[in-house]
Every structure is written in C-alpha cells, then in structure tokens.
Design a protein around this ligand. Structure first.
Ligand SMILES: NC(=O)c1ccc[n+]([C@@H]2O[C@H](COP(=O)([O-])OP(=O)(O)OC[C@H]3O[C@@H](n4cnc5c(N)ncnc54)[C@H](O)[C@@H]3O)[C@@H](O)[C@H]2O)c1
Length: 328
C-alpha cells in the first residue's frame, strides 16, 4: 500500500492504524515534508514503513512507486484553509496537479486508488438545518476547498473515462493525535498548556461535525475492503458543535475559567456549518463510530498533547518563525 501524505496528521494516524489492524499490508509512504508534514509523526512505526521523501507532482517518482504498489491511498494535499487564503498557488499545484499525476500513474498501471477529500467541497449550510449528501452540488468557498473539489472531479472523470478503480470519501473535520498546532483544537490546547490565552474567530458560532481521526481511518479501510468502485462516501460523527462550545470544553478540561480566551476578527469566507448525512457508509458498509463522546475524545487528545511535548513544541516554534517570516 502506498500512502501519500503519510507524514501529515491523518496520514500518519492512518499508517499506524493500518499496521495495527490490517497487517496484510506492507506500507510505503510518499511525502514532500512541507511545513505540515512531520517525519516524527511516523516515529512510532518508523521500522515498519518505507519512507520516500518526494513530491506527488514528480511524475517519474510517482510512476515508479505506483507501479510497485497494489493500493494507493491519497492523503497528500495542502490542507490548511487559512494558508490557502494567503497563498493559493501551492494548493492548486499539489491538490490538482498532484492528484492528476497520481491518477495518470494509476491508470497506466491499473491499480486500486482511494481519494481522501473533505465535506468543504459542498460549501456550507445554514446554522439551523440541512445536511450534505453524496449528491449535493459542489459549491466550495475557499481556495483550499476549490482545489479539493477539482481533485474530486478529476478522480470521478478518470473512473468514467478510463475505468480507473477508484473510490472517494469526503470527511468532516478531524481531531486527534499529531494534528498540526495551527489547527483549531491543537492550537487551543497547546496555547493553554504553554500558559497563553486561546483565540476564537468572531463569536465562535461556526459549527463543525468533529470526527475522531481513528473513526475516519476505519471508514477508509471499510471503503477499501467493501466500497463500490466509482462511489463517493460521506464520513462524519454526527456530533455537531460550535467552535465556542469546543473551546469551552477544552478550557474546562484544562481547569481554566470559561472566559479565559480572546476574540479575533473572523476570516473571510468562513463557512458557517458543515453536516454530513452518513446513511450510505453506515448502511452499505456498516461503519460505526467508536468515539461517540466528543468530551471524552477531547480529554484523550489533551492527554496526548500533554504527554507528547517533544512532538509539538518544536513545531510550535517553527510555526511562530513561519508567521514572523510572513509578516516581514
Ligand atoms: N484535517 C481534516 O480535518 C480533514 C478533513 C477531511 C479531509 N481531509 C483531507 O485529508 C487529507 C489529509 O489531511 P491532513 O489534515 O492530514 O493534512 P496535513 O496537512 O496534516 O498533511 C498533508 C501531508 O501531505 C504532504 N504533502 C503536501 N503536499 C505534498 C506534495 N506535493 N507531495 C507530497 N506530499 C505532500 C504534507 O507534507 C503533509 O505531510 C487531505 O487531503 C485533506 O484534504 C482533512
């Protein structure tokens, strides 16, 4: 199995999940180690995985690695929405051209391909109702979601035009170990652990369907094993919470007063609410969430960040340096 983006948040968790639960796979990782990729996220499985430092836009390298694999699971992407607003170019390159490069190799060699995507391709929903389904029209808001939407379209077209054996999944927001410190939940946790004050965009009314990364990865394996070729599966826990509510729980779990945070101006195009109808993956493939209680999942995630300062402290310092560079 070739896992692209295996040094990123979800990819690294997926590699560990695969080795533990699906030992029939020999796993290789292809990752460019951008600011979002972290070799140390694979430290616990380092001896069991072949790591290739390289770019999914490198057609020669991709061709060789795809030729040597049976299954390709494609996580690699530029994934941080805020950064896509500042500089969309790498998003277009990695997410669109990178996916195209992989698809062409998969087509040449006739391999099984699974494409990891996001529910952000569907745009957003009002706060008071509605759900995305697999047939909702695409309506992306950010450069990030527009490039993910483009990559989904390429995969669908390669299935129809060339008979590529691909499946797709669009998941809600993930949380769990090894998530980058500039993403919402780890940023709040690590700011508090460092004695600082967390920041909340606007009034924090935006609603997300927080899904534990391990539930996402279990769903991907079900799709690999039993999913129908050419089909899209929505993934999400069903647990919808406003950002203010999540921050409130994090503050409480860390023993902080409820008002120990600062408001910052909201970002442009900040989607109000996402919510996935997951009937298809639940009824067709029997997917069930193991992490049903967000409070318990957050408590476990906080414990992980508490116990793994070695992982996030250097990342936090590098991130602050990156922000200083951007301001210069
Ligand atoms: N994080 C979420 O909540 C979420 C939700 C739904 C879907 N997704 C999707 O899941 C996938 C993984 O997300 P994540 O949060 O783990 O992202 P991440 O940013 O943590 O990891 C992405 C990884 O891809 C690598 N990468 C980027 N460009 C590359 C390139 N050109 N060549 C090779 N490697 C490259 C990076 O080095 C990094 O290791 C993405 O496709 C994302 O769109 C994420």
């Amino acid at each position: 199995m070739l896992v692209t983006g295996g040094a990123g948040f979800i990819g690294a968790n997926f590699v560990a999940h695969t080795l533990e639960n699906h030992p029939r796979y020999e796993v290789e990782v292809l990752d460019a180690l951008t600011y979002a990729g972290n070799r140390s996220s694979l430290a616990p499985v380092a001896g069991a995985v072949a790591f290739h430092h390289g770019d999914i836009c490198d057609a020669e390298l991709v061709d060789r690695l795809v030729a040597g694999s049976d299954v390709i699971v494609h996580f690699a992407a530029e994934s941080h929405v805020d950064n896509s607003l500042h500089d969309p170019a790498p998003f277009v390159r990695s997410n669109v051209l990178g996916t195209f490069t992989l698809l062409e190799a998969v087509r040449r060699h006739g391999k099984r391909f699974h494409h990891i995507s996001t529910d952000e391709v569907y745009g957003h929903l009002p706060l008071d109702g509605g759900k995305f389904t697999e047939t909702t029209a695409y309506d992306p808001s950010s450069p990030y979601s527009a490039t993910k939407a483009s990559s989904d379209m390429l995969v669908r077209a390669w299935v129809r035009s060339y008979g590529v054996a691909a499946t797709l999944s669009n998941c809600a927001n993930n949380y769990g170990p090894y998530q980058h410190v500039e993403k919402f939940i780890p940023r709040q946790i690590t700011n508090i652990l460092e004695g600082g004050r967390p920041k909340l965009y606007g009034a924090g009314l935006n609603v997300r369907e927080w899904t534990h990364v391990d539930d996402h990865n279990a769903a991907v394996h079900l799709i690999l094993d039993k999913g129908r070729i050419g089909e899209t599966y929505l993934i999400g826990s069903g647990d919808e919470r406003s950002n203010a509510e999540v921050l409130g729980t994090v503050l409480e779990l860390l023993g902080q007063p409820a008002d120990a945070f600062d408001h910052v101006p909201d970002r442009p195009g900040h989607d109000l609410r996402y919510s996935n109808d997951t009937t298809k993956i639940r009824t067709e493939l029997g997917w069930r969430t193991r992490y049903d209680d967000l409070r318990a999942g957050l408590a476990a995630t906080i414990d992980w960040y508490r116990e793994n300062e070695w992982w996030w402290q250097p990342l936090k310092a590098a991130t602050e340096e990156r922000y200083r560079e951007l301001r210069r």
